[in-house]
Design a protein around this ligand. Structure first.
Ligand code: CMP
Length: 140
């Protein structure tokens, strides 16, 4: 089934010059980019985006981190793209993520883990609306 997912290159990924590396992996996999933008999240948007974690002890640090610099957001489309992209990014904790995954190859932290990707169709619906509007999608 063709699905869509939301991917963010987080502020650490942008600072480290990994935007191209991340996009390149998804392109080589055969996934289609149907929307993309670079932006800096406001505190309000970051809190809304990560609202499921609002009661976690790491929530404030996460919001501070996610607003510390620009991010690159993209919507990817492809067969089973949600689970495919989750496999390609690896476990949340960069120290535990498998080599060959984005986090396994580029992250050594649980917070500064280079990328985010939606974990379900419901998360995609919610998260994509925090960042993108209907006009941002390109048909091709
Ligand atoms: P992400 O996949 O974007 O989803 C929630 C984010 O919170 C996660 O990646 C990390 O950046 C961060 N995070 C998750 N767990 C922890 C933790 N235990 N300590 C600090 N940050 C965390």
């Amino acid at each position: 089934t063709v699905e869509r997912t939301l991917v963010l290159v987080k502020p650490d990924g942008v600072r480290r010059g990994l935007i191209g590396e991340v996009i390149s992996r998804f392109e080589r996999k055969g996934l289609k980019i149907v929307a993309m933008k670079m932006l800096r999240l406001s505190r309000e948007k970051a809190m809304e985006f990560y609202s499921v974690h609002k009661d976690k002890p790491f929530f404030k640090d996460l919001v501070d981190f996610m607003t510390s610099g620009p991010i690159v957001a993209m919507i990817l489309e492809g067969d089973s793209v949600i689970s495919v992209v989750r496999q390609m990014i690896g476990s949340t904790d960069g120290r535990k993520a498998q080599p060959g995954t984005i986090r396994g190859d580029f992250a050594l932290s649980v917070q500064e883990n280079v990328v985010h990707a939606s974990d379900s169709p419901e998360s995609f619906e919610r998260e994509s609306k925090v960042i993108f509007s209907d006009e941002d999608y390109v048909n091709y």
